[in-house]
Design a protein around this ligand. Sequence first.
Ligand SMILES: NC(=O)c1ccc[n+]([C@@H]2O[C@H](COP(=O)([O-])OP(=O)(O)OC[C@H]3O[C@@H](n4cnc5c(N)ncnc54)[C@H](O)[C@@H]3O)[C@@H](O)[C@H]2O)c1
Length: 304
Amino acid sequence: MGMLDGKVAIVTGAGHGIGRGHALELAKHGAKVVVNDLGGSVKGEGEGRDADLTVDIIKERGGDAVGNYADVSDETASDEMIAQAVEAFGRLDILVNNAGIVRDGSIFNMSVDDFDAVIKVHLRGTWLPCKHAATHWRQLNKSTGEKVGGRIINTVSGAGLTGNFGQSNYAPAKAAIASLTQTLSLELYKMGVTVNAVGPAAATRITATMPNAPAVIEPDEVPEDEWNRMDPAVSSPLVAWLASDESSLVTGQVIRAVAENIILMKSWADGPTINNGGKRWDATKLGQQLATDVFHTRAPGLRY
Ligand SMILES: NC(=O)c1ccc[n+]([C@@H]2O[C@H](COP(=O)([O-])OP(=O)(O)OC[C@H]3O[C@@H](n4cnc5c(N)ncnc54)[C@H](O)[C@@H]3O)[C@@H](O)[C@H]2O)c1
């Protein structure tokens, strides 16, 4: 008996890398999978049938899957992707938003197109499938009067949580996905839908664009009994658990899965606070107190 028997999942960007790892893992635990992938380059140029590569592996391993070739940031195509899951397999339980591209460069060298394209695929390409899945689940919830128990798992990155040189498009897109996750967790929990985000780390086409990067690994190339800390499937067991009924009380969380570590991220939290006793602050005096009580640097300048 698999942990996800009877469940139907969509995994976006599952033709390669981490998404392929998630799709194989969900199928291993019994889910039927809609494998989405636009099939373009790592920069988001072109298109192809890369989703079929993952569908074939799932079928070879005895699972059930269908391909979807939508651009997740296209409003109509992402709606049709949700409909395809219901048509092909009769229901939708799990949405894993993983599709992504990179177009790195310092802000001086980054074109407006490179900014827009990355924000579009990551943020709009996560928001739209969330919107269509949530709408589908709400209709179901209204017609049955029962909680639907859906699961959304989004994909963030360390870059979005701490910032990263050369990624002024990608990092804010990923930070926005963390915020989207928290917001949707509040909006959807009443229907029994949880929304969490996973931050992976792996040797994929995306990391291969960075200097001194390890060679690309595809998850099916790593034997089941072999440990490789850069295997794109390293975060997939966490995704499978978050997709299961067992995780029903976990929502709005951002969790990184880096090699053997599972790290619960703390969101923005209040730090040192100063108070002016019900009066407006005087800007000329503020720096002194910020230096001593907040930033703990030498007054009067705030040196880092
Ligand atoms: N590799 C890492 O270390 C790392 C770290 C943190 C986060 N991530 C995130 O993990 C996710 C997967 O990336 P990866 O590293 O496996 O890279 P990858 O290039 O192997 O996989 C990304 C997949 O998304 C697909 N895709 C791109 N644009 C699409 C679109 N508009 N519609 C549908 N599919 C589209 C690509 O064709 C590709 O197959 C991304 O969201 C990435 O930002 C990766």
